[in-house]
Design a protein around this ligand. Structure first.
Ligand SMILES: Cc1ncc(COP(=O)(O)O)c(C=O)c1O
Length: 376
């Protein structure tokens, strides 16, 4: 037989997995440490973990394991819809992590010759999802200080543009884009039959999230698809649950194309319980707010760091003045048992940027101590 690679579709041959943080096992192996000895600042999820109510719902759901889960996740879709004014079950699709929808959206809408606009730097899976369809990405480089201006996006929306991927607040910069700028990009896209895939996975960490979210404008913008996740704020990271909110028409294209039984029964039950645990969410948000301010202030005191003011639950830093690359600093930190995100894999960044999550005070103190030791 020919090599398997020769038998694969042309657009699958050059595919490689997107680089992510959270490679704790690999990092532990490289540092000769136990997994438990690594403090992971490379993935930005709830520092308190999931709600107890979600964990109880998982235990209660064990009895459902012998049956197939609800392929349409209807109870969870209803629970999600009830959290937003003017949103019904038909406006919601639930997925195996929000990543599934990044891929499904590209698969459903990228036709031959189409181009997807992707900001640089931003989350890497948008590009991989588009490349998997065999079509191309056009980068829209963010402006000075990584700010977004609608003009750059409008200029890039020429002829064959089909989807604009956008992340708000952006990963890895932790910066929020204003409602006006977003609305102007979405409106211009609408006038050109271009779809906007707006990733709000980290928006729940921003004060005033309800008014900042574009979910309340899905009726005004039939070209808009808003992505959310149970991975970040809800801390159900390993269970893999995400969702999208859009017009019924957009959602039904995706519902008909998704894999059957894409979300397991324990994930569906846990997500419903997590949504209703307001107390745990408040505790998380209070902690993240306080610790974000603390970390920003302490990291800003380290002269060799340029720290960008964070909107989300992680901080983005330029470390060029340390004389180390991000990869070198990551290695040094790992020897102290602390894993940080080397951002050099993000398109549009050089080798001098890192990202760290906001965690508990004790953990943040360990991060600061490790930085000081590595830079002294
Ligand atoms: C901006 C952004 N969007 C989407 C995802 C995918 O998250 P999940 O598939 O766990 O919901 C991530 C994960 O890191 C992310 O950073």
């Amino acid at each position: 037989m020919k090599p398997a690679l020769d038998l694969a579709k042309a657009n699958f041959r050059g595919l490689t997995p997107c680089v992510h943080g959270a490679d704790v096992l690999e990092a532990a192996g490289a540092a000769g440490l136990e997994r438990e000895a690594i403090l992971d600042f490379s993935s930005s999820v709830n520092p308190l973990g999931p709600s107890d109510k979600a964990l109880q719902a998982i235990k209660a759901g064990f009895s459902q394991i012998p049956s197939y889960p609800d392929s349409y996740s209807n109870e969870l879709r209803d629970a999600i819809a009830s959290h937003y004014a003017g949103v019904d079950r038909g406006n919601v699709i639930v997925s195996n992590g929000s990543t599934e929808l990044i891929y499904l959206f590209a698969e459903a809408f990228m036709r031959r010759g189409d181009v997807a606009l992707v900001p640089a730097p931003s989350f890497g899976e948008y590009e991989t999802a588009v490349r998997k369809t065999g079509e191309k990405v056009r980068y829209v480089k963010l402006g000075r200080g990584f700010q977004v201006t609608s003009e750059k996006f409008l200029r890039a929306m020429s002829g064959n543009a089909k989807i604009v991927y956008f992340c708000n607040p952006n990963n890895p910069t932790s910066m929020l884009t204003s409602q006006e700028t977003l609305a102007s990009i979405i409106q211009s896209a609408l006038e050109r039959d271009i779809l906007v895939f707006l990733d709000e996975d980290f928006l729940e960490f921003v004060d005033g999230e309800e008014t900042l979210s574009m979910i309340r404008r899905i009726r005004e913008f039939p070209n808009l698809f808003v992505l959310r996740s149970f991975t970040k704020l809800f801390g159900l990271t390993g269970l893999r649950i995400g969702y999208g909110v859009a017009s019924e028409e957009l959602v039904s294209v995706l519902m008909n194309a998704k894999l059957p039984w894409n979300v397991n029964c324990l994930g569906q039950a846990a997500a419903v319980a997590a949504l209703n645990d307001a107390e745990h969410l408040k505790r998380t948000l209070d902690l993240v707010r306080e610790e974000k301010t603390f970390l920003f202030s302490r990291l800003s005191k380290i002269k060799a760091f340029k720290v960008y003011p964070p909107d989300a639950n992680f901080l983005f830093l330029n470390i060029k003045k340390t004389g180390l690359t991000a990869a070198q600093l990551k290695q040094k930190m790992l020897r102290k048992g602390v894993l940080i995100r080397d951002c050099s894999s993000f398109a549009g960044l050089d080798e001098y940027y890192i990202r760290v999550a906001v965690k508990t005070r004790q953990e943040n103190e360990r991060l600061l101590a490790a930085f000081k030791e590595c830079l002294s």
